[in-house]
Design a protein around this ligand. Structure first.
Ligand code: GLN
Length: 544
């Protein structure tokens, strides 16, 4: 197709307007037209990656197949486009500085003063263009984190300004802003948008397209006004109205011609509007599914973003099972033997969430015991699986002090132990077992039934593992190690086949569920939860 085209996505007025969703939608729409696309995000903070950040600060840490710990927006990129991202797709200020400094020490810039503009901006530009050069994408969509006006974002915006000058028609800027509604005046206000565009212009960037996030329909007059004040074509002022689901956004963008405007501005042929058939069927099915299945998430982070990919994976699986999954957050720190029955009452299935550290783990163990002994479908993910193992060791094998070395270094029954290659690691950032590893699944297991495949590959993010010295004991007592890494022999999946659905995975299946390709384990877990719900409903009818 010729040279790579670049779409830069910036944001103004406020954060959390959904730049990630707009970028994903643009990616989806261009991809549907047959283009080879990728979406990249720059995060203007000094951490090398978000791996060392608390989920309260940053939400979930998403992991790519090649083992990069990244921003949760990359999860959206993958769920929307089905394309796998890599280390090159998420870059922080920290990483930019790190690579500049790493070149400075050996003398790569000998004799020169290393400066923000030139060296830092060049490194940013290099990372943007790398996508086109090495991977030969038709379109690279680059989202700049933060809001225009932030001190931290300045070098990124300067890099974009330069690139737009260098690339001419091959680069455009899409700016996302907010149009607030003042209830008292019953009016939508465009001033914040105007101010934010002025701010962008003062940095030398003229937006080509404006996407206005709003809670109320914007009429033609408002769009005209914004176009007029901001030097943007009228048809390039697009509204992004609140939607019941983020997956509606590409359709709404397509209906307003966002993709055709991008192509026009870049002198590209327009062609037919893609049907987005499978995407529409997904949404139809999603909207038709009205029956509710209640699923509990047992974890310590009381915020949605911390378990973003799990929530999305459950939602995908719900749709493909023609049910709506209703999530109930159960705080593991407050979960006790005394209140667990009450807390998990009415739940058709339970997810025991991933996590790090001591806080809230006893609650996860209590949940694992309750669901095991009451045969409620249970999905343990990473730390969740480790807690299933500890619970089983304590209650079934009789090792009252069984624990993970992460929580109790001196436990006599270290059923979860530190991995050999982790023992001498002292640095925290980027040193866990990260990214995709292979796993062989035992034929005849429940897990095999779900995957219908013997060899799989799944993404990891952990330091501790199931201690293989205990394999035989666990298997004899009924908990089977049904997924094993063929190279390292690490146990990846455990299950109790005599229960309805009691499976724990050391990996994170939630990172790879997409809209058009829901994850087999989530599909099968949600199905088991629905079956469980139906059975409970039937039993209660019989009782009456
Ligand atoms: N803390 C556990 C470990 O490091 C589990 C990690 C996780 O849940 N992602 O092994």
């Amino acid at each position: 197709m010729g040279d790579t085209k670049y779409v830069f996505v910036t944001g103004g007025v406020a954060s959390s307007l959904g730049k990630g969703i707009i970028s994903s939608s643009v990616g989806k729409l261009l991809q549907a037209r047959g283009y080879n696309i990728t979406i990249q995000k720059f995060d203007p903070y000094i951490n090398i990656d978000p791996g060392t950040l608390n989920p309260y600060e940053h939400g979930e840490c998403y992991v790519t197949v090649d083992g990069q710990e990244t921003d949760l927006d990359l999860g959206h990129y993958e769920r929307f486009t089905g394309i796998q991202t890599t280390r090159a797709n998420n870059i922080t200020t920290g990483r930019i500085y790190q690579s500049v400094i790493e070149k400075e020490r050996p003398g790569d810039y000998l004799g020169k003063t290393i400066q923000e503009v030139t060296h830092i901006t060049d490194e940013i530009k290099r990372n943007i263009k790398l996508m086109g050069k090495i991977y030969k994408f038709d379109f690279v969509i680059t989202e700049i984190g933060g809001t225009v006006g932030d001190i931290e974002s300045q070098p990124f915006l300067e890099a974009i300004r330069q690139l737009r000058w260098e690339l001419g028609k091959d680069a455009i800027n899409l700016h996302l802003t907010y149009v607030p509604y003042l209830a008292a005046a019953k009016e939508l206000k465009t001033k914040p948008t105007q101010t934010s565009v002025k701010q962008l212009q003062s940095l030398g960037i003229q937006p080509d397209i404006l996407v206005l996030r709003t809670e109320h329909e914007l009429n033609a007059d408002i769009r005209k006004k914004v176009a007029h004040f901001c030097n943007v074509d009228e048809n390039a002022v697009i509204q992004s109205l609140d939607k019941p689901s983020i997956y509606e956004v590409p359709l709404s963008m397509q209906a307003q011609g966002l993709d055709t405007i991008i192509l026009q501005k870049m002198n590209m042929p327009i062609g037919d509007t893609p049907q987005l058939g499978p995407w529409r069927s997904f949404l139809d099915r999603r909207n038709k599914a009205t029956d509710i299945v209640d699923i509990a998430l047992v974890g310590k982070y009381d915020l949605q973003d911390a378990y973003k990919s799990i929530l999305e994976s459950l939602a995908h699986a719900g749709t493909y099972n023609d049910y709506k999954v209703k999530n109930h957050f159960v705080n593991s720190e407050k979960l006790t033997r005394e209140n667990v029955a009450e807390q998990l009452k009415g739940m058709a299935g339970v997810v025991i969430c991933p996590g790090f550290g001591q806080r809230g783990i006893e609650g996860k163990i209590v949940a694992a015991e309750y669901t095991r002994t009451h045969d409620i479908p249970t999905f343990g993910i990473c730390l969740g699986m480790q807690m299933m193992v500890i619970e089983f060791a304590r209650d079934v094998l009789g090792y009252a002090e069984a624990n993970s070395r992460e929580m109790d270094e001196k436990t006599p029954h270290n059923v979860i132990d530190i991995m050999e290659e982790q023992k001498n690691i002292t640095q925290m950032g980027g040193t866990m077992r990260l990214g995709a590893y292979e796993c062989d699944i035992r034929k005849g297991s429940k897990t095999y039934e779900a995957y219908q495949q013997q060899q799989i590959s799944e993404r990891h993010r952990h330091r501790y593992e199931f201690n293989n010295q205990y394999i035989e004991e666990f298997e004899k007592a009924g908990m089977q190690c049904v997924g094993i890494n063929p190279d390292s022999n690490l146990v990846e999946i455990l299950e109790i086949p005599t229960l309805k659905w009691y499976i724990g995975t050391q990996f994170h299946p939630e990172y790879s569920s997409t809209v058009l390709k829901p994850h087999p384990l989530f599909l099968s877990f949600v199905k088991a939860s629905i079956d469980n719900l139906r059975q409970t409903q039937q039993n209660s009818k019989k009782d009456k």
